[in-house]
Design a protein around this ligand. Structure first.
Ligand code: SF4
Length: 329
């Protein structure tokens, strides 16, 4: 039996030039992803969380196999993707953005926008329109609205259109990039329920990117916490919320009052200070300047990824499996 995950990412680096900075400087580079390893199983949801601001978590994570990357390895559905692999090589991956207008042409009949991924692959219009009607039904839209324009739909309906567009090529994985953050709370839950139903119906795996920990908690099987382009903690969702091991994760959870009842021990601490520039190069731990429990070694040595058991790991000098919590100084 082949137990290779649907997506396997190793040491992935996605760097961008810094906008507005000195363009000729070799250091003017944002490390959106800086050595990311992750696996995603068929039908699984991996939540990806990080701090608001800068959009780098989102921009970086949305690049997981969907756009070019600088170095590293991506294997998807048994194929190895190169840094400049083209769209056709990435069949099976799709993305849903926060703003559905990103994938809907305001002047185009919606069936054509939704069916565009098929049309550009040379599918016949009739076949495409039939598939779009099928996807309309799957996402709870009326086939009688195929010829409408995007502005004739509500915000929630437009997000359903974007989901239908992501589904027309029958993907096995969808990157959901803050898919409900622009919606009213009542509509949010409808879209989250829809994504859940579609996951079961089509056997989809999701990478669910959000700054909203409450949403991520509700939808994820596992969660990866990203700080400055690196995964600093990864764990099954329940375990991450009950026993966060990285000081950054603990601070993120402490900032959400309704999550305050979690089982973690110790005082609640809120994050202080600004996130450093993602173009900064660090000698020790990138979280050092904001970390309330830092020790001397954090200044000089990058923390290793510590395996805490139970598919839980943390990138911190002080992280240790239960019963082995001797702290370095
Ligand atoms: Fe804090 Fe040190 Fe752990 Fe970094 S390695 S999170 S500075 S304790």
């Amino acid at each position: 039996m082949n137990d290779e995950p649907l997506l396997r990412v190793r040491d992935l680096r996605v760097h961008f030039p810094v906008r507005g900075s000195v363009p000729w400087s070799a250091r003017a580079t944002v490390r959106a992803l800086d050595g990311v390893d992750l696996d995603l199983a068929h039908g699984e949801t991996l939540g990806v969380v990080g701090e608001s601001g800068g959009g780098m978590t989102t921009r970086g994570a949305a690049n997981l196999g969907l756009q070019r990357f600088d170095s590293g390895e991506i294997r998807f559905a048994g194929r190895t993707l190169g840094p400049d692999s083209r769209a056709g090589e990435r069949d099976g991956m799709q993305v849903i953005f926060q703003d559905p207008f990103a994938s809907l042409n305001p002047k185009r009949r919606v069936w054509k926008s939704v069916g565009e991924p098929m049309l550009v692959r040379g599918e016949r219009r009739g076949t495409t329109r039939d598939r779009v009607a099928e996807m309309f039904a799957a996402v709870g839209l009326l086939s009688g609205h195929l010829d409408r324009l995007p502005h004739e739909f509500s915000g929630g309906q437009r997000q359903r259109l974007a989901i239908a567009r992501a589904l027309v090529l029958r993907p096995t994985m969808i990157v959901c990039d803050e898919p409900v953050s622009a919606l009213d709370v009542s509509v949010q839950s409808q879209i989250l329920n829809l994504l859940n139903d579609l996951q079961v119906q089509f056997g989809l795996a999701y990478i669910f990117i959000s700054h909203d920990l409450t949403v991520v908690k509700n939808v994820s099987d596992r969660i990866a916490v990203i700080y400055l382009g690196r995964i600093v903690e990864s764990a099954p969702a329940e375990r991450l919320f009950a026993a966060p091991a990285h000081p950054y994760t603990r601070a993120l959870l402490d900032a959400v009052p309704k999550l305050a009842g979690r089982g973690a021990s110790g005082p609640r601490r809120l994050l202080e200070g600004e996130m450093p520039s993602p173009s900064q190069v660090f000698r020790g731990c990138p979280f050092r300047a904001r970390c309330p429990v830092a020790v001397d070694i954090c200044d000089d040595l990058p923390p290793p990824v510590i395996d805490l058991g139970g598919a839980h790991s943390a990138r911190c000098h002080l992280a240790a499996p239960q019963g082995q919590e001797d702290k370095p100084t």
